[in-house]
Every structure is written in C-alpha cells, then in structure tokens.
Ligand binder design. Structure first.
Ligand SMILES: [Zn+2]
Length: 117
C-alpha cells in the first residue's frame, strides 16, 4: 500500500488517499477509492440528525441546552421543538444542527426517550 493521488469527481482537484485512510477502508471492508475530495465529501454528506441528552430546559425562559458527545453543548429554543413537548433534563433527543445569528442551535428536536420522572 502507498499514498495515492486521486482526482475529485465534483471539483476536479487532486487529493491524497493516504495509506492510513486505505487501511481504514480495508478494515471497514469498503472497496474502491473515494471519488470525492474531503471538502466535497463534507458538503455532499446529508445534514444528518444528531442525538444528545437534555442538560436543562427552562420552560419560563423557553430555552435550554443539549449535551452532545464530542461537541460543545448546543442551544435549544422552544421554536425548535417539533411536537410542542417540553424538554426535561435527561431526555434523549434527536435534532438537526442549524446556524442562527447567535450561533449553533438544535432544530426539529424530537424526544426519543425520557427517563422516569
Ligand atoms: Zn472536490
């Protein structure tokens, strides 16, 4: 195995497919080289929903925070709650990350599971 130079199918720039990445691909039983550069891969990947756990939510202030693994806590406003349910600490939620003028926020928040209250 050695580093390979590949060309992105979308933007045409060359990028390196490193030995390290090739090993990872083998380990995950992926066949074939990547067709897109890292930048385009990021753009093309679907927005995807994330999961997290409610840290706290203040019904009076109408906002709170969700803890994510590997990322900073994320702000959630009442307008981001899909079904109008209020969040409680410990709720497992699924959401989309959006960028607002105040920074990142959780949107389309759905409760997956609630601990016994
Ligand atoms: Zn590209």
């Amino acid at each position: 195995m050695q580093d390979e130079i590949l060309y992105c199918a979308r933007c045409g720039i060359s990028f390196l497919w490193t030995q390290e990445e090739q090993k990872v691909a083998v380990r995950h039983q992926l066949t074939g080289a990547p067709t897109h550069c890292p930048g385009c891969r990021r753009l093309l990947s679907p927005a995807g929903r994330e999961r997290g756990q409610v840290k706290w939510y203040d019904p009076r202030k109408q906002y709170g925070f969700i803890v994510r693994t590997g990322h900073p806590d994320i702000y959630v406003h009442r307008s981001g709650l899909v079904d109008g349910h209020l969040l409680r600490p410990g709720d497992l939620v699924e959401f989309e990350v959006i960028t607002t003028e105040r920074g990142l926020a959780a949107d389309l928040v759905q409760i997956i599971a609630s601990p016994p209250h």
